[in-house]
Write a protein that binds this ligand. Sequence first.
Ligand code: LLP
Length: 464
Amino acid sequence: MSKFNRREFFQVSTIGGLALSLPLNLKAGGPKNKKEKLDPYFSSVGRFSHSFLRKIANKYGSPTYIYDWDLIKTRYLEFSDGFKKHYPKVKVHYAYKANTNLNIVSYLTSLGAGAECISIGEMSFALKAGQTGKNIIFTSNSKSEEELGFAIKNNILINIDSLSGLENLEKVLKKVKSKSRVCFRINPDVETSSTHKHISTGHKFTKFGLMYLNGDIYKAAKRAIENNLISFEGIHSHIGSQILESKPFEKNANILCSIALEIKRKFGHEISFINMGGGLGIPYRDNQARFSPERLASIVCPIIKKSFSKFKNLPEVWLEPGRYLVAEAGVLLSRVNSVKMTDITNFINVDTGFNHLARPIMYEAYHRVRILNGKSKTKKFQVAGNICETGDMLTKDRLLPKPEVGDILALLDSGAYGFTMASEYNSFYLPAEVAIKGKSDYLIRKREDFDDLLRNQKIQKSLI
Ligand code: LLP
């Protein structure tokens, strides 16, 4: 058996950076005694044929994000109709962080979605997409005076995250002599085991939300009720992202309801909505089961209905899906630059990397990959990005047909947290974005060029 396993091999090469530091006794294929079971290779890419996608890649160049417009609509309706089957008053707010292309957010506005935003940029996108302040939620654990002022001016609902954040808002309201609509984000101390630790947001060690455990939420509620510049409308909790288990959602619903009832008991105040946040995951793997929005609704809505039976009015149920609405609609098309076969491992080197799709390196996320028109027998490959870092692997240990240089490779389910997390690292240009509606394709963002990289740089002659 080789002295080094695969992980150590990559660590050594990362630290050393040079071939000199690699172990000399590595055997082909890594450790022999470990039976690896790799996912079988499928070739389908949603409703698109390989030849159609190759045509798109040739027309717009690569890398390019494409979005299946019709699938965005299907997922949106699945979400809102799924909940409406189980509850009479439902509002879906799309989480802008998943994808802010103006065409996408405007399309979701036209379908009836409101907006969940974290920055002035996202709130501005929402306003530009046709939203009024009434349908925008501003959620952030760290809001500046400028951001609060922007939200107040536009009558945007402010989601308060801490007692200190509430004090800040009170000061700004006094200063600008204005009123504001407010809800409170709660930290319910709910664990989620099915997701990555970086995107699990509901447990007590996270930076998010007023603690349910120490009663901070009631202190905040009392202050808000007593302040006539504040209209306290609802409570919110977002426990994390890519969640594929029912228990955390169920626990969260129970806690939110018990808080709403306690606020009524203590202060006689009835909230008008319960915001359950986003977080519903998608099946990133072939043959993985889907957790449908309707199933989620069938779990949380009865809890809410039962809890509020004694309220004058049943509160609205608000949701904030991001990933579920747009992830599966997106595909990142890239071109194979070279194929390196070695005794140790096989690499497909493509013309994109973690600069354009950060999820694999940030969350060890799995994205299905397709070689368009891959005909040869499958072999084990790593899909390597073109960024100058060893960690820039888009997929690891997959069975894939051996591509030719110039072939197009598709990374699936890249519509959420793909383009919005992309950067100009290594001075690569940000990709183009293309929408496919029916059989027609539309450029919705042109590829960057060198002028875009230079855009905000100022050349100061006296420094050079
Ligand atoms: N509401 C709030 C307050 C949020 O913070 C988020 C996501 C959402 C809604 C939407 O969650 P979704 O339905 O998309 O799970 N970059 C990570 C995901 C980060 C999610 C951050 N917050 C990823 O690529 O997996």
